[in-house]
Design a protein around this ligand. Structure first.
Ligand code: HEM
Length: 416
């Protein structure tokens, strides 16, 4: 059996912090491999990239997410008791609840809500003179997420909830005082969501039939027991937080329109065909989650490497989305590559790989695409705007990444 390539450093923690999104891909290139061993925080880890690695990593039952992420990341994102922390039949059963929320009608409904709140925000943006789109999306998508999920939201509470949900994402990849504050904010959201679940179950707060809030409050395990309040609150947050996270992709889409004005002109002229390829290219091109961690559920062999049960593995999502074997000229923004794309589930992996019903792939992918498509249409058809001089650079060692300026727009005018 060939030796698994090994990164030269004794420990790569500082290199990961320094290099961020490019950390795994760079070493794969240097070592001429898709799998190498190193240490992070002195713990042995295997790093992988590419479509075959993604397929293997997302094969049902192969890797658990338990013990695979820094604790603060886990608490801020999915948290204990969530679908992501489950495995096997329990995971499939809980996941079916999420997939049941994603009917074509519900997805179109989410895009319609985005348009409603966007059009309501436009006069304020006009009057403001200048806005940072990324910041604006936090509040706007909090309203969309709550309306969509059936979570009652008083107008005066919207900024607080938006700040809490945004902080969960912003600090998921960092450690320090900001992370502690984000954890404190998250605890507050969780308390409110637990109270809401209690009230829904007691019939004190009516929620629309079939909404995420109704489905989560009524969900039962295969043995008939309802979700405990903590798990129900966590799953409700698991809808709200990532819906707000789509704002990052929307800000990146605005940046892509700015840097590719021919596409903006095509959409402004009413072209619909290019919308989905454009959105897919934004999801491929711009950095979001750099990697995903797992621990091997049992021993197995893959490409000459023997994995032992419990081995810690990181799959490079960003590197797979920029793998030149899958995406020629990966660092060029070219939506054309998605015209007639066969849709291989293991090559475009910003939201995971494999089958969302069977494994941990994101259940919110269709909603994400629908929200982004509607936002691109609104940006290019419902409004005129200019970008003032600003720092649009993206630091690839800041995870999750964003253009430094947050994509500032000015001279916003509603289109006739
Ligand atoms: C900004 C867009 C989004 C990104 C980049 C994203 C990314 C991801 C990734 C990479 C995973 C896989 C985690 C793993 O393999 O363990 C995931 C899982 C998940 N996502 Fe998303 N997501 C997004 C939007 C959404 C939306 C809109 C929802 C719900 C409305 C959602 C709900 C979830 C849930 C519940 C899981 C856990 C699935 C499981 O463990 O089976 N996400 N997401």
């Amino acid at each position: 059996m060939p030796d698994t390539p090994r990164a030269p450093a004794l420990d790569d923690t500082l290199a990961l912090l320094r290099e961020g999104y490019t950390f795994i891909g760079r070493r794969c290139d240097e070592l001429g491999t898709d799998l190498f061993a190193t240490r992070l925080m002195m713990t042995p880890v295997l790093c992988m990239r590419g479509a075959e690695a993604a397929r293997m990593f997302y094969a049902p039952g192969r890797f658990t997410r338990q013990g695979a992420m820094p604790r603060s990341t886990l608490w801020l994102l999915q948290d204990k008791g969530s679908v992501q922390a489950l495995d096997g039949a329990a995971h499939r059963h809980r996941k079916a609840m999420f997939m049941a929320m994603m009917s074509p009608g519900a997805i179109a409904g989410a895009a319609d809500l985005l348009e409603k709140h966007w059009r309501e925000a436009l006069p304020r943006w006009e009057a403001a003179g200048e806005v940072a789109l990324f910041e604006e999306m936090g509040l706007l998508l909090t309203r969309v997420a709550c309306d969509w999920a059936g979570v009652p939201l008083r107008e005066e509470d919207a900024p607080t909830l938006a700040a809490e949900l945004t902080a969960m994402i912003e600090y998921s990849g960092r450690v320090g005082p900001g992370t502690l504050n984000a954890l404190r904010l998250r605890a507050r959201t969780e308390r409110r969501m637990r109270a809401l679940v209690r009230e829904i179950r007691a019939g004190a707060v009516p929620v629309p039939e079939g909404s995420a809030a109704a489905l989560i409050a009524a969900h039962r395990a295969p043995d008939g027991t309802p979700l405990d309040e903590k798990a129900a609150a966590v799953e409700l947050i698991n809808i709200l937080r990532p819906t707000v996270a789509v704002g990052r992709f929307i800000a990146f889409a605005a940046l892509a329109l700015h840097e590719n004005p021919a596409w903006r002109a095509r959409f402004a002229a009413g072209e619909e065909d290019g919308l989905e390829p454009f959105v897919q290219e934004v999801r491929r091109f711009y950095p979001f989650f750099p990697m995903i961690g797992g621990r091997a559920c049992e021993a197995f062999e893959w490409h000459g490497h023997r994995f032992a049960a419990g081995d810690w593995v990181l799959l490079d999502l960003y590197g797979t989305n920029h793998d030149p074997r899958l995406w020629p000229e990966p660092h060029r923004f070219r939506p054309e590559r998605f015209h007639g794309w066969p849709g291989d589930p293991d090559t475009l992996v910003p939201q995971g790989a494999g089958d969302p019903y069977q494994g941990h792939r994101c259940p919110g992918e269709w909603i994400t695409i629908a929200l982004m498509g509607r936002a691109v249409r609104l940006l290019s058809q419902a409004m005129r705007y200019a970008l003032p001089p600003q720092d649009l650079s993206i630091r690839l060692n800041r995870m999750p990444a964003m253009a430094e300026s947050g994509v500032r727009l000015r001279e916003i005018r509603r289109a006739a």
